[in-house]
Design a protein around this ligand. Structure first.
Ligand code: HPA
Ligand code: ZN
Length: 325
């Protein structure tokens, strides 16, 4: 199996239906169904929002540090089996704070699982762009006591109507704290969102970015500055950002000389983990071993913290500023 880094992975998107059911039973939470295949049968999506509705609903079962530990430990086991040597893992603290789950629980469980894994791993804290810039700033300030537990910030959730430009201030604060910066842009939004992410948020990687290919000047910028793009082929098919894998623009992105990487996004929902994405590119797009090797090499070049020690070690130095309580 080809060694690779995974750079676009939402830990909440690795919540498999089996674990949904197990955690619901453990936490005595009622579900519309406890039938795993019935849960999975709902995973047919018309667009990003229809996926996000299910994704946020399922999070109700994550309540304790042990739940977050089990979630991350299961992902890291699967990742290791798919050749992942290093993972930079997104998490959505606001999705938990608004349910009354404190940051301490989230960081505690995720960090402990990362510490116990042989896969090198680091966390990237994502802001839910549809909840606005003010709340993003609150959550960043609340997370700063855990500054040694995460390496960067990102921007995710419903893209269109929530442009990067709104988040200038919170990304400036993140930069002043020495945090890395990434943002989802150009998944459903146009090339203008990618320009804003680069010029206003000063991102060092673009998540998805497939629609950047509509703007030749933008392609030239990404190539010249070697700004990596974390592309998620199976996600793009499942969320109908592309009509089919055969129509995916990824090979053209590589031909343009872009630093493209392959990632799984929300593998519990999109039909495969990261090596399944590589395999789909080989089978359906006929990508060669040489091309796939290049994608894997790019993933290490694009990583922020491959050399760094696991970020899960130290205990927090202060209590969380839990604005939800
Ligand atoms: N796109 C945007 N936000 C997300 C995604 C995604 O694929 N997964 C989880 N949050
Ligand atoms: Zn994503």
């Amino acid at each position: 199996m080809r060694p690779k880094a995974e750079l676009h992975l939402h830990i909440e998107g690795t919540l498999e239906p089996e674990l949904v059911v197990e955690l619901a039973r453990r936490n005595r939470i009622d579900l519309p169904t406890f039938d795993v295949s019935a849960i999975r049968a709902r995973y047919s999506f018309a667009n990003l929002q229809s996926f996000l509705d299910v994704y946020y609903e399922n999070l109700a079962v994550l309540r304790t540090e042990e739940d977050f530990y089990d979630l991350a430990a299961a992902y890291l086991r699967r990742a290791a089996a798919q050749g992942v040597r290093h993972a930079e893992i997104f998490f959505d603290p606001q999705a938990h704070l608004i349910r009354g789950v404190p940051l301490d629980v989230v960081f505690g469980g995720l960090s402990a699982a990362m510490k116990d894994s042989d896969v090198s791993a680091a966390l990237i804290l994502c802001f839910l762009r549809d909840r606005g810039a003010e709340e993003a700033e609150q959550v960043l300030r609340a997370a700063l006591p855990y500054r040694d537990r995460f390496i960067g910030v990102g921007l995710d959730s419903a893209e269109v109507g929530h442009p990067p430009s709104l988040f200038r201030r919170v990304f400036d604060i993140a930069a002043s704290e020495g945090l890395h910066r990434v943002a989802h842009a150009g998944e459903e939004g146009g090339p203008d969102y990618v320009w804003q992410a680069l010029d206003i948020l000063r991102v060092e990687r673009v998540d998805h970015g497939i629609r950047a290919m509509e703007d030749p000047r933008l392609v030239a910028r990404l190539r010249e500055e070697r700004i990596p793009l974390t592309v998620c082929p199976l996600s793009n098919v499942r969320l109908r950002a592309v009509p089919s894998l055969r129509d995916h623009i990824l090979p053209a992105m590589l031909d343009e000389g872009l630093v493209v990487t392959v990632n799984s996004d929300d593998p519990a929902y999109f039909g495969g983990y990261v090596d399944d994405n590589y395999e789909a590119l080989r089978l359906e797009l006929g990508m060669t071993g040489e091309q796939l090797d290049r994608l894997a090499r790019n993933s290490f070049e694009a990583a922020f913290a491959y050399e760094a020690e696991h970020s899960g070690g130290a205990r927090p130095t202060g209590g969380p500023l839990d604005y939800a309580s």
